[in-house]
Design a protein around this ligand. Structure first.
Ligand SMILES: NC(=O)c1ccc[n+]([C@@H]2O[C@H](COP(=O)([O-])OP(=O)(O)OC[C@H]3O[C@@H](n4cnc5c(N)ncnc54)[C@H](O)[C@@H]3O)[C@@H](O)[C@H]2O)c1
Ligand SMILES: O=c1ccn([C@@H]2O[C@H](COP(=O)(O)OP(=O)(O)O[C@H]3O[C@H](CO)[C@H](O)[C@H](O)[C@H]3O)[C@@H](O)[C@H]2O)c(=O)[nH]1
Length: 331
């Protein structure tokens, strides 16, 4: 009874692996280390270096580790990059997910939890965004995730497979015990970048536009603590194991903060001022994305513990400091 966690050497997958092991589960991680790090694989998890699209390898892992559920985090995640290299994104996020689903079906793995995104909604007509709003992604990244959702829906009708697709809003923060955090080399996420600026790892932060139709003109997002998100995965697995129907669920808190509010929080909590420049709008940024967050609470009994911007920022800053220490030790 082991959970296969693809992408478990990355940011969210490593937190989910910790949450699973904290709940007493066995975990095997499959990651090709294209973005993740070997050292980020949590202690206690088995690790295989390889590709989640390798059907033979995944089948062997399922058999050797007695895998009964798959949590699929592996993927390419940068929206603007997906516009420049769309076929790479369809390959890694859609084609490789197809192979993984095939391996699940071939080897009688009946529970599948998929990392989807608020990006499937595109530019929503209104907020909060409910799960039955239309999927109209505006980037290849969002489309690549939407296509995987559709594939899982069809597979769940045809085979003995049930899934939960969790549509994450803006994931941020780090493990409160300091065991994991965001390490990606190509970080683009606001709280990560602001934390790096506050820690002196970056010289400044650019604000991408202040002429949006929001209160202070900057974009509003629903920032969710990565450990609350990780716990949602454990609950989603329990839900499927108890016979829950396949479903899609938003993962957010149902409230939003503007870019300026986030920057103020990072400056306040860190006690460090840093340079903020106003820059051009970034292509493809919707003005406001706030989750309708009732379904996940009702269906999974999810009760977040860290729904507080200062707490999220505190944990993100602590992780940045620990990364600096790690680099200093390595030098
Ligand atoms: N970070 C966010 O705000 C966010 C929001 C919505 C959805 N998501 C989704 O959550 C998942 C995890 O995101 P993250 O922020 O942890 O990213 P990440 O880059 O930190 O982690 C992804 C991991 O997958 C691995 N990987 C990539 N392609 C692989 C492949 N073909 N085979 C095996 N391993 C592979 C990478 O090496 C990396 O360790 C992704 O699917 C992403 O699309 C993330
Ligand atoms: O240096 C920066 C970084 C970000 N931003 C702004 O901050 C907001 C949040 O940007 P992020 O890059 O942190 O996150 P996104 O909202 O673009 O996207 C994230 O959340 C989405 C869902 O809401 C998708 O899942 C996507 O994969 C994930 O990267 C945006 O308005 C962005 O323009 C800045 O002003 N400066």
């Amino acid at each position: 009874m082991t959970v296969l966690v693809t992408g478990g050497a990355g940011y969210i997958g490593s937190h989910a692996a910790l949450a699973l092991m904290d709940a007493g589960r066995k975990v095997v991680i499959l990651d090709n280390l294209s973005q993740g790090h070997r050292w980020a694989v949590p202690a206690g998890a088995a690790f295989v270096e390889g590709d989640c699209g390798d059907l033979d390898l995944v089948s062997r892992i399922i058999r050797e580790h007695d895998v009964t559920a798959i949590m699929h985090f592996a993927g390419s995640i940068i929206v603007p990059e997906s516009v420049v290299y769309p076929l790479d994104y369809y390959y890694n996020n859609t084609v490789n997910s197809r192979a993984l689903a095939q391996a699940a079906v071939d080897n009688n793995v009946r529970h599948f939890i998929f990392s989807s995104t608020a990006g499937v909604y595109g530019e929503p007509a209104k907020t909060p965004i409910l799960e039955d709003f239309p999927s109209k992604p505006i980037s290849p990244y969002g489309t690549s995730k939407m296509m995987t959702e559709k594939m899982l829906q069809d597979a769940a009708v045809a085979y003995d497979l049930r899934f939960v697709a969790l549509r994450y809003f803006n994931v941020a923060g780090a493990d409160p015990q300091g065991r994991a955090g965001q390490t990606s080399r190509k970080a683009t996420h606001l709280i990560k970048i602001a934390s790096q600026a506050a820690s002196g790892v970056r010289s400044h932060l650019d604000v991408y536009g202040d002429d949006y139709p929001t209160e202070d003109g900057t974009c509003v997002r629903d920032y969710i603590h990565v450990s609350d998100l990780a716990n949602a995965h454990v609950l989603a697995l329990e839900y499927l194991e108890k016979g829950g129907e396949s479903d899609v669920m938003n993962c957010g808190y149902g409230r939003g903060f503007s870019v300026y509010e986030v920057i103020d929080a990072v400056k306040r909590v860190s006690g460090n001022d840093f340079t903020v420049n106003l820059a051009e709008r970034r292509a493809g940024d919707p003005a406001a994305l706030i989750a309708g967050a009732d379904r996940i609470r009702e269906k999974l009994g999810w009760e977040p513990k860290y729904d507080d911007l200062d707490t999220i920022v505190t944990h993100a800053l602590a992780w940045e400091e620990s990364l600096k220490q790690r680099q200093a030790n390595a030098a």
